[in-house]
Design a protein around this ligand. Structure first.
Ligand SMILES: [Fe+2]
Ligand SMILES: [Fe+2]
Length: 152
């Protein structure tokens, strides 16, 4: 399904988030970002979290999800699950320096990747299917992408 205009900025963020997630995983293909030292990856993860993920989660939780509530029990449940995933991801970033850093970065990469894919493949599809177009039009322009460029 073609992305609704209101949701396109979030999909743009997802493209960036997937690039980040891929580079944090242990089995990452050897891109420049994936080949950073663990110390550099830690700094990258902290920066990406603060600059990209914190505002992105806020856009979803404060702008998109409230207008998507109340149309379908199935969608409401999906929103609850997604918000719980945000909590788990936030916790993983907050505790990134506890224990083994390489494992923590790998876990974060996997969590973020899975989360983004669930939103793109299931949640956003469902939102566009059950939320009236006029409701989604109300939030057009209220969300901007967290980054303008497509490089790291
Ligand atoms: Fe999300
Ligand atoms: Fe998202």
């Amino acid at each position: 399904m073609k992305r609704h205009e209101a949701i396109i900025p979030l999909s743009h963020d997802h493209h960036q988030a997937l690039r980040f997630a891929t580079a944090m995983k242990k089995n990452a293909s050897p891109t420049k970002r994936a080949l950073q030292s663990l110390e550099e990856k830690l700094a990258d993860a902290k920066r990406t979290y603060e600059i990209e993920l914190v505002p992105h989660f806020a856009h979803e939780e404060e702008v998109l999800f409230p207008v998507a509530r109340g149309y379908s029990a199935e969608l409401d449940k999906m929103l609850d699950d997604i918000i719980e995933e945000h909590r788990i991801i936030r916790e993983a970033f907050e505790n990134i320096e506890e224990g083994n850093l390489e494992d923590n970065l790998d876990r974060i990469g996997n969590l973020v990747e899975k989360h983004v894919r669930t939103e793109e493949r299931s949640l956003f599809e469902k939102i566009q299917e059950v939320v009236p177009d006029e409701k989604l039009k109300e939030i057009v322009g209220k969300i901007s992408p967290v980054k303008d460029s497509c490089d790291i």
